[in-house]
Design a protein around this ligand. Structure first.
Ligand SMILES: Cc1cc2nc3c(=O)[nH]c(=O)nc-3n(C[C@H](O)[C@H](O)[C@H](O)COP(=O)(O)O)c2cc1C
Ligand code: SF4
Ligand code: SF4
Length: 254
C-alpha cells in the first residue's frame, strides 16, 4: 500500500495543511504536485489499496481550474481519499463539493474531508500566521481521528460535504503580479508558474489572459521584484475586510 499527498499549493498554505492531515501516519508519503507545470499527470495511477490526501485551495469559492484539470488526468481506481480545502478565512462555498465531484469522477472514494484556514495568499493581512498553534493542534486531532476510523473500519462509504450545485460562478480577482527593475531575469518565476503565464524571454511581464492570480511568482522570487499594485490591493482589502473579521474554524467531515 502506498500513500500519496496530492496537492495544488502555489504559496505553500495548502501543502502545510496536507502535511498536518498526514501527521498521524509516518513520513512515508509520496507527493504529486498539481502546481508543477512539467509533471506527467497521466502517468500516475493509484492502486485500489492506496490512501491519498487530495488538497486544494479555494479560489473564489471554487476548485482552481488548473488543479481540477490536472486531477482529471489521474486515475483513482477506488483508492481511499481524504479531501481537504484550504481557504483564507472568508469562505470556501462550493469548493469541497466540487473537489468531491472531480475526484469521485476519477474513481477516488472519499472517506473523510477537512476544511482548514491558511493565510490569504493575496491579502496577507487576512488569516495571517494561520495555520497557527490552535489550528495545528486541531488538524493533528483530525488526522488521528481519521486514522483510527480507518483502522477500525468505521469510515463512511460516502461522506456528505457542504456546497451547492450548480456551483457559484467563478469571478477572478484581476490581480496580475509584475516585476520591477530589481528583476534579475533569473527565470525562476517563469519556471514555477503553474499556468505558464510568464514568458521565459521576458520574465518581468505577465500574460494576463493566462494568469490565474495564484501568487506563486511573488512567493518564489528571490529578489522580491514581483508584486501587485499596492493601491489596488489596499482598496480591495478595505472593501472586503468585514468578510474576514470573524475567525473561521477548521472542520472535519466523516
Ligand atoms: C485567486 C485567489 C482566490 C481566492 N479566493 C478565496 C476565497 O474565495 N475565499 C477565501 O477564504 N480565500 C480565498 N483565497 C485565499 C486562499 O484560498 C488561501 O490563501 C490558500 O491558503 C492559498 O493556498 P496556497 O497557500 O496553497 O497557495 C484566494 C486566493 C487566491 C490566490
Ligand atoms: S523570479 Fe524574480 S528576479 Fe527572477 S525572473 Fe522572476 S521576477 Fe525576475
Ligand atoms: S503569473 Fe499568475 S499564474 Fe503565474 S505564478 Fe504569477 S500569479 Fe500565478
Amino acid at each position: 500500500m502506498k500513500r500519496y499527498q496530492i496537492y495544488f499549493s502555489p504559496t505553500g498554505g495548502t501543502q502545510t495543511v496536507s502535511a498536518l492531515i498526514g501527521d498521524a501516519w509516518d513520513d512515508n508519503w509520496e507527493t504529486i504536485d498539481l502546481a508543477d507545470p512539467n509533471a506527467h499527470f497521466d502517468s500516475f495511477s493509484i492502486a485500489p489499496e492506496d490512501l491519498c490526501i487530495i488538497a486544494v485551495p479555494s479560489f473564489g469559492g471554487r476548485v482552481p481550474d488548473t488543479a481540477a484539470k490536472r486531477l482529471q488526468r489521474i486515475q483513482g481506481n477506488s483508492a481511499k481519499a481524504i479531501l481537504a480545502v484550504v481557504y483564507g478565512n472568508r469562505a470556501y462555498e462550493d469548493t469541497l463539493l466540487e473537489l468531491k465531484k472531480v475526484t469521485s469522477d476519477r474513481g477516488f472514494t472519499c472517506i473523510a474531508a477537512v476544511t482548514a484556514i491558511a493565510e490569504h495568499s493575496i491579502m496577507r493581512q487576512f488569516a495571517a500566521g494561520r495555520p497557527d498553534e490552535e489550528d495545528r493542534r486541531q488538524l493533528t486531532e483530525f488526522s488521528q481521528k481519521i486514522k483510527s476510523n480507518l483502522e477500525s473500519g468505521q469510515t463512511a462509504a460516502d461522506v456528505t460535504v457542504p456546497g451547492h450545485f450548480p456551483y457559484k460562478e467563478y469571478h477572478t480577482i484581476p490581480f496580475y503580479p509584475k516585476a520591477d527593475e530589481t528583476c534579475t531575469k533569473c527565470g525562476l518565476c517563469a519556471e514555477k508558474c503553474p499556468a505558464g503565464a510568464i514568458p521565459k524571454e521576458n520574465p518581468s511581464s505577465v500574460l494576463e489572459q493566462t494568469c490565474i492570480s495564484c501568487m506563486r511568482c511573488i512567493s518564489v522570487c528571490p529578489t522580491h521584484a514581483r508584486a501587485l499594485s499596492p493601491q489596488a490591493l489596499r482598496e480591495t482589502a478595505q472593501k472586503m475586510e468585514p468578510l474576514f473579521r470573524e475567525r473561521k474554524s477548521n472542520e472535519l467531515f466523516l
